[in-house]
Design a protein around this ligand. Structure first.
Ligand SMILES: Nc1ncnc2c1ncn2[C@@H]1O[C@H](COP(=O)(O)OP(=O)(O)OP(=O)(O)O)[C@@H](O)[C@H]1O
Length: 569
């Protein structure tokens, strides 16, 4: 279908060729501001000229969460002010329904963002481990109850479709599980289902493929295509610049800085070039890890023998044998719900069955000791973790600076201990030498991963508008409030926290969530060149092979979970 510019739209409407019903979005040459800002302020988006016609399949492409892509989606949600504002709103199809009634966009346009799993409560260690205990009243809420918890008028109608949708999304067998028990991928699919139940006319999905395994990606994409084709609802996806663009997408709105360029997909060749170069950056040579090829002599850090986890009749892990050695670079693979997070939670001590594996039938040996002989706080100082669960649970306290958050990494806790956030140490006190080492290490990671390594300009917390300020130096960034950082910046800070103590084992579970390309490149480069010692082992969980910083040439090992079994592949 032909794209209609502002003038063309008016002409078409006057000549009767196209009715407003055929136009989903129409924003003719407008600037976009935060509410409260005058037209003299620098716009969040400049000179937006965008028309989406019924039948076209659009995706909004831009850098990670909190960036200008988010600004476009927020504009569509009505969270930003459009100037001049089109008199009949930006959704012509809503103001001219067949019934002739105007429909409120706030009731008919909704969004699900997958850049990060939303927090269920205020965070903290309880949230971190609640998934495995499910003892709080709110944690007992099942997926089914959660689906129908909103007494939306539409739900009764929607129920007709519910079973089919739950089946397609692979959620049917999970409906009576506590919501907190769902894996990341399962939760993301559940959020799509819930959004569909509220029967929006237009559904915005930001980064819908994040955290989904290969099979589920194609299931979701084909479901979204079918829904969009049936206008039940129309779907607009937000994609990161490095994400593959689904085949059925016909048009792209590419957002860079505060400009949006809209055109048919096949015209966006430049973007393809950019994507190819990002992929190449991922395979740039790092340090030579010859030692990784001589695996048998290296110290054993973690040994699982015959380890199983089950919930009633549901067997998640069956007799797993797995060894992690010093210096290993491991990719833990498996489809959504296959038990990857569960396996790591046994190692970090967050899963109750971490303590109950009974030798000699089954054994969990961590850093040379049986699990029951190693206190959990000590375990936390030996393992650095980045994961969606940690991101969600880490408390956002006012007054906690980036420095404080990074400093919690030495002991793996959530509370900044002692002065200047370097902790008091497990033994109750640190020598001056140890304190100095910690201070030096915080500066080191800030210098290697701070904003100057991934940003040319400062980014705004709310909507990622580019500011004309100079990039924050590591010293300035260290004093900034953690809670006010964008999602991507918070992810970077949590990565620094995981690495700062040079823990023997580093677990990177979906570590790139929310980060933009420049952040990912900076983090990958650091991990490959000097960010880790040869003695540290790293386990990466990712459904995207090209997201893993190491390849076969680096001696990477792969361990795959499937149907409860685990094997090296
Ligand atoms: N309390 C529980 N009762 C029943 N099943 C549970 C419970 N807690 C977890 N599970 C199930 O354990 C399985 C493993 O979940 P886990 O989070 O380890 O998967 P994953 O491989 O990390 O998935 P993803 O790739 O989606 O993050 C899931 O199918 C989940 O529903």
């Amino acid at each position: 279908m032909r794209r209609v510019s502002g003038l063309a739209l008016i002409r078409a409407l006057h000549s009767g060729h196209r009715s407003t019903q055929d136009v989903v979005i129409h924003i003719p040459h407008a600037d976009v501001f935060r509410f409260g800002d005058s037209n003299r302020a620098s716009p969040v988006l400049k000179d937006v000229d965008w028309t989406v016609n019924e039948g076209e399949n659009w995706a909004v492409v831009g850098s990670g969460s909190g960036g200008p892509k988010t600004a476009v989606l927020q504009m569509l949600l009505g969270y930003l002010r459009i100037s001049p504002s089109p008199p009949a709103g930006i959704f012509p199809f809503l103001s001219s329904s067949s019934s002739g009634q105007w429909r409120d966009p706030s009731a008919f346009v909704s969004m699900v963002s997958f850049a990060h799993r939303p927090r269920s409560s205020g965070g903290g260690f309880y949230d971190y481990t609640a998934r495995y205990g499910a003892v709080r009243e709110e944690d007992r809420i099942t997926l089914r109850q959660n689906m129908f918890s909103d007494t939306a008028e539409n739900v009764t109608n929607a129920e007709n479709n519910f079973d089919d949708l739950a089946e397609t999304l692979g959620l049917k067998d999970l409906l009576d599980l506590p919501l907190v028990a769902l894996s990341n991928g399962q939760t993301r699919r559940a959020r799509i289902l819930k959004a569909l139940l509220s029967q929006p006319e237009l559904l915005l999905l930001d980064e819908p493929l994040t955290g989904l395994d290969v099979d589920n990606r194609s299931i979701i994409l084909s479901l979204l295509h079918n829904l969009h084709a049936a206008r039940n609802p129309r779907v607009i996806m937000g994609l990161r610049a490095q994400d593959p663009v689904p085949d059925w997408i016909s048009h792209l709105a590419v957002v860079k800085d505060n400009r949006i360029s809209t055109r048919p997909k096949n015209e966006v060749l430049a973007l393809e070039v950019a994507r190819a170069s990002i992929n190449k950056q991922g395979s740039q040579p790092g340090e030579v890890h010859d030692h990784l090829h001589q695996s048998a002599n290296r110290k054993v850090l973690v040994e699982l023998k015959n380890v199983s986890v089950s919930y009633h009749e549901r067997k998640v892990l069956k007799n797993i044998h797995w060894t992690i050695r010093a210096g290993d670079r491991l990719h833990l693979q498996g489809s959504n719900g296959s038990g990857k997070t569960t396996l790591l939670s046994l190692i970090t001590g967050d899963h109750p069955q971490s303590y109950t594996q009974i030798p000699p039938k089954s054994e969990l040996i961590l850093f040379g000791r049986s699990r029951s002989r190693i206190p959990t706080p000590q375990l936390r100082s030996l393992i650095g973790v980045v994961s969606p669960e940690l991101y969600n649970a880490f408390p956002r306290r006012t007054g906690m600076s980036v420095w404080d958050v990074v400093g919690t990494g030495f002991d793996g806790g959530f509370v900044s201990l002692g002065t200047k956030g370097v902790g008091v140490g497990l033994a109750g006190g640190l020598t001056n030498e140890e304190t100095q080492w910690r201070v030096d290490r915080i500066w080191e990671v800030l210098k290697k991963l701070g904003p100057h390594t991934w940003s040319k300009e400062g980014t705004d917390k709310e909507i990622g508008t580019q500011k004309s300020t100079v990039v924050a130096s590591p010293e300035t960034f260290a004093t900034r409030s953690f809670i006010d950082r964008s999602a991507g910046e918070q992810s970077m800070v949590l990565l620094m926290r995981a690495l700062v103590g040079r823990p023997q084992l580093v677990l990177l579970d979906e570590v790139w969530s929310g980060m933009d390309e420049a952040m990912i490149t900076a983090a990958r480069t650091y991990l490959r060149t000097g960010g880790l010692t040869d003695e540290q082992a790293v386990v990466v969980i990712s459904h995207w092979e090209d997201e893993v910083p190491w390849g076969v040439d680096d001696g990477i090992k792969r361990f795959r979970l499937e149907g409860g079994d685990g094997k090296e592949v």
